[in-house]
Design a protein around this ligand. Structure first.
Ligand code: GLN
Length: 537
């Protein structure tokens, strides 16, 4: 197949309808039919990437192997497809404008007046086709962030219109995701918001080929007919997307509704084999009928907002299924933990995960959490800042360095056991300048890390500026906190662990980014297994 085909997914009526999940589910089905599929997201905000956004604004910042800081939907794409994404899979308006303005400064437009149309739209179109031109994919699904009708989405919508025209019928289609609300007082599902949203799309010159209708209730045949007639789509192209108990059920729901088949027909592609979802369905069955239940404390400072720890929560679902275990994640705000209350707060926990984070707020609570887990032999897993807190805790309470701290929290500390990385010392800009993306780590034999990974060289994704201070390496190792994984080129300690403990491990990287349905991350799988064991005891 040489012509790459394009599917654009727009959203109408309201935000948060789950475009990312619909895009990922469709991609899953196409992949399971044998099509090489990837998904990209175009976001309408002016930040060049979400790396500088507070997690309360936009949820977790996801990181790819090539070090892109991206929207959290890319996490869903990877978790569903088990195919890595990259810098090219997430583009923001900020990045588009930056690139056009840089070209203008270099004089590349040869004296032309630089305008939204055609310069911004051409830049968008080029980037929309970038992955398609690689020859690696048969189908590219492009999710357009925001809601149709927003001022800031207009250049994207115009670019989609032009691309559908450029590429021609059967090579590019538009799926519009919309809401069919239920009015309890009238006892009815309402189609008008969808009609208006499709009309708004039409005003921009785009005709939706497929409607995916989010709903809390079954959509009757009458309503499907009405939607088809008034929104100008084929009857078979009205797809119901009813609320599901888990996002992982959505591919099956879309399969039942025939979303993949309608899309392939519109793209003039053969159905090929029926989608092979055997592995997926085994996973689903395991989520739905677990044999065990464990309570795992998630100690962080963004716990009020679920999306801030999205990849960690999803990794618990994958690893829970691998252990036939339901993981109840108990979110505990680190600002409200101290040495006095920690025992009470943790009394029902079977394991503790100390989350990543930035800045001083809530860190003493994280340190108290590590201490409790270490002393009470509760399985402990520290990620990034969580690992750094375990180094501080050990330095303070075992080595006796009461002042030990990270220079991120106290630049004047007498014992900077966690320190700004050398390469960061000259960095002044905040955007895209952390230690990002995949780095190698060598694992020492005879360690818990080796037992878990079963190999000596691993690659994991990073996002941090501070590091374990190797000046304290000997003292910490002699006192029992082993550096079991180290970056082979820089000597940077990536994994710490304690021997005399059922499960105590801290990692400088973010394993949660690489956990997928097909490949649940081994650290999470073993951590959940340790929680099950700890509960039995
Ligand atoms: N704030 C810490 C650092 O920059 C940890 C970052 C994180 O948890 N992602 O090193």
């Amino acid at each position: 197949m040489n012509q790459t085909k394009y599917i654009f997914v727009t959203g109408g009526v309201t935000s948060s309808l789950g475009k990312g999940i619909i895009a990922a589910s469709l991609a899953k089905l196409l992949q399971a039919r044998g099509y090489r599929t990837t998904i990209q997201k175009f976001d309408p905000y002016l930040n060049v990437d979400p790396g500088t956004l507070n997690p309360y604004e936009h949820g977790e910042c996801y990181v790819t192997d090539d070090g892109a800081e991206t929207d959290l939907d890319l996490g869903h794409y990877e978790r569903f497809l088990d195919v890595p994404t990259s810098q090219a899979n997430n583009v923001t308006t900020g990045r588009i404008y930056l690139s056009v303005i840089e070209k203008e400064r270099r004089g590349e437009f040869l004296g032309k007046t630089v305008q939204v149309v055609p310069h911004i739209t051409n830049e968008i179109k080029d980037r929309m086709q970038l992955l398609g031109k690689s020859g690696d994919y048969d189908i590219i699904i492009t999710e357009i962030g925001g809601t149709v009708g927003d001022i800031e989405s207009l250049p994207y919508i115009e670019s989609v219109r032009q691309l559908v025209w450029d590429l021609g019928e059967n090579n590019a289609i538009v799926i519009h995701l919309t809401l069919v609300p239920y009015l309890a007082a009238a006892g009815e599902l309402k189609t008008k918001p969808t009609q208006h949203s499709v009309k708004t799309l039409m005003e921009s010159g785009i005709k939706a080929d497929i409607l995916v209708c989010r709903t809390e209730h079954e959509i009757s045949n009458d309503i499907r007919n009405k939607l088809a007639l008034f929104c100008n789509v084929k009857r078979e192209a009205v797809i119901q997307s009813i609320d599901a108990s888990t996002i992982y059920e959505v591919p099956n729901l879309m399969l039942e509704e025939g979303l993949d088949v309608v899309a392939l027909k519109k793209l003039d592609l053969p159905k090929k084999a029926a989608p092979d979802l055997k592995h997926w369905n085994t996973f689903l069955k395991r989520i739905k009928s677990p044999k065990h239940t464990v309570n795992i404390g998630l100690i962080g400072k963004y716990v009020e907002m679920q999306d801030c720890y999205k990849s960690i929560l999803e990794a618990f679902i994958h690893s829970g299924a691998a252990n036939e275990t339901k993981v109840n994640v108990i979110s505990i705000h680190s600002e409200y933990i101290d040495e006095e209350c920690v025992a009470e707060k943790f009394k029902d926990l079977d394991a503790v995960l100390v989350a990543p984070g930035f800045g001083e707020r809530g860190i003493e609570g994280k340190i108290a959490a590590v201490r409790y887990a270490r002393e009470n032999k509760l399985p402990f897993f520290g990620i990034c800042l969580g690992m750094q807190m375990s180094v501080i805790e050990y330095s303070r309470n075992v080595l006796g360095l009461a002042e030990a701290n990270s220079t991120e929290m106290n630049p004047e500390t007498q014992n900077p056991v966690v320190n700004l990385m050398e390469s960061q010392k000259t960095v002044t800009d905040k955007g895209g300048t952390m230690r990002l993306g995949a780095w190698k780590c060598e694992i020492k034999p005879d360690t818990l890390a080796y037992k878990i990974y079963g190999q000596t060289t691993i690659s994991e994704r990073h996002r941090h500026r501070y590091e374990y201070n190797n000046e304290y390496l000997d003292a910490l190792q002699n006192a029992g906190l082993k550096a079991s994984g180290v970056n082979p080129d820089t000597g940077l300690v990536e994994i710490v662990e304690i021997e005399d403990h059922p499960f105590f491990i801290g990692v400088q990287y973010h394993p949660e980014y690489k956990s997928t349905v097909v490949n649940p991350h081994p650290l999470f799988v073993n951590f959940v297994a340790a929680a099950v064991k700890s509960k039995k005891k």
